[in-house]
Design a protein around this ligand. Structure first.
Ligand SMILES: Cc1ncc(COP(=O)(O)O)c(C=O)c1O
Length: 434
């Protein structure tokens, strides 16, 4: 289906590069987007909506096999199958070498903490941990806590333009470095990090790399093999699944780590990093979310060229390629809308560099507090967020008060140019009336 967007010059220019993104079909797949009253949801960085197939999978699980796994009866065996299927799907999503490298749990923060506790027990002479001041605090505080066990924290600092530059990492890594912990993409300002470049530097010194993939997950195709990282944590609920988290780890690294487990749990992944029961229905939903993304990719294949025959990973690649290109257009339009209101945009705002960001826009308006702006937008049924976005260090680095922070509008592939135009008009009105 060809989708034509009415609107500004920017939109018209960009839609030529992106003529076939099936936005209507995408929105139709998400029931929450089609409910009255009309609501513009620009707070996706805090958790996205779920497609019908995810609702169906959760529902099916709760109705048909809401039992504990590991039993010998049919329903329990079905839960085992659901978990195995979801592991395989997430393995495709992140390009893991094996499904056993995927662990399920509550959220990204608890996985990062689990890893910091385990890695903290392996420090020895390699006791330097590199963290960044651009990350979500979940990928900072968890590592800072290791100072109590002798870790020395080394800061990789964001540049004034809102980017983490790998050249700045080079002097920070040495034979004392145990780990470089950084994000793939900032949840506050949307900058994408060259994590493959960071991994090259870290590995040259024998250090490992832990990536926070939470904010990148809904926007770009994760590829742990291309990134050459050692660990990666994600939140399913940002990638169109219900509330849950997952961790990928390089099998040899996970095997070596000392984690908490009961004696009868084998010392091997994924069991050794999945203490207790996780939420099976949400894991079933995660499986369905990956399948939703695949079906988006398949729907865009050019069957004349035999592309519909591609494998699951191929379909995901196609989906994310289309998502990235569509989202670039959203970023362009958001920047235009914000500029029209004299907003200060924090992070990458150069139209030529949109590939280095996702459509997560952090900004402030002259003479209006961030909370006033979000309150006024809320009155107009537009959901955005103000504050430090759990990145108070980044806020301070950008010259903002961590208590007030900024406004963040975070879009994903189901948002539209029309919504951006409404948002732009609302901002203009708020500026006028104060
Ligand atoms: C970049 C980033 N890292 C980590 C987290 C924490 O994720 P969770 O809520 O799954 O613990 C978030 C949550 O917003 C995030 O955006």
């Amino acid at each position: 289906m060809k989708t034509k967007f009415p609107g500004s010059l920017h939109a018209a220019e960009s839609s030529q590069q992106n003529p076939v993104f099936p936005i209507e079909a995408v929105r139709a797949a998400f029931p929450a987007l089609n409910r009255a009253p009309q609501f513009t949801f620009f707070d996706n960085a805090a958790g996205a909506q779920v497609p019908q197939v995810v609702l169906d999978a959760v529902n099916h699980h709760l109705l048909e096999c809401n039992v504990q796994r590991g039993g010998r009866y049919r329903k329990s065996l079905e839960v085992d199958e659901t978990v195995a299927r979801a592991r395989q799907s997430v393995a495709h999503l992140v390009n893991a070498r094996s499904a056993n490298e995927i662990a399920f749990g509550m959220n990204a923060t608890s996985f990062i903490r689990l890893m910091s506790l385990a890695i903290g027990r392996t420090l020895g002479k390699r006791h330097h941990i590199v963290v960044t001041d651009m990350d979500h605090e979940a990928n900072i505080a968890t590592w800072l806590d290791l100072e109590k066990s002798g870790a020395e924290i080394v800061w990789w600092k964001v540049r004034g333009n809102g980017s983490l530059h790998v050249d700045d990492l080079i002097p920070l890594v040495s034979s004392s470095t145990r780990l470089v912990a950084c994000t793939l993409t900032s949840n506050a300002i949307g900058s994408i990090v060259d994590v493959a470049g960071a991994a090259k530097i870290a590995h040259a010194h024998g250090a490992e790399v832990f990536l926070d993939g939470v904010h990148y997950g809904p926007h770009g195709l994760i590829d742990v093999q291309a990134f050459d990282c050692d660990y990666l944590a994600c939140s399913g609920y940002k990638i169109f699944a219900p509330h849950m988290g997952f961790l990928w780890g390089r099998r040899e690294s996970l095997e070596r780590l000392p984690t908490f487990r009961e004696d009868f749990i084998p010392d091997e992944p994924p069991g050794k990093i999945e203490a207790g029961t996780f939420i099976y229905e949400n894991v079933a939903g995660m499986d369905a979310a990956v399948r939703y993304l695949e079906s988006l990719g398949k729907s865009m294949a050019d069957e004349d060229k035999g592309q519909a025959m591609e494998n699951r990973r191929g379909a995901l690649e196609r989906a994310f390629k289309a998502i990235a290109s569509y989202e670039e257009m959203l970023s362009l339009e958001m920047i235009a809308a914000l500029r029209a209101c004299d907003a200060t945009i924090y992070g990458i705002a150069d139209e030529k560099c949109l590939r280095e960001r996702v459509p997560t826009l952090c900004f402030s308006l002259p003479n209006l507090s961030p909370s006033k702006v979000t309150e006024e937008l809320a009155k107009r049924e537009i959901g955005v967020r103000d504050g430090h976005m759990y990145s108070p260090r980044l806020m301070r680095r950008l010259g903002l008060l961590a208590e007030n922070g900024a406004v963040r509008a975070s879009l994903v592939h189901y948002n539209t140019l029309e919504e951006i135009h409404e948002f732009g008009s609302a901002l203009a009105e708020i500026r006028k009336t104060g």
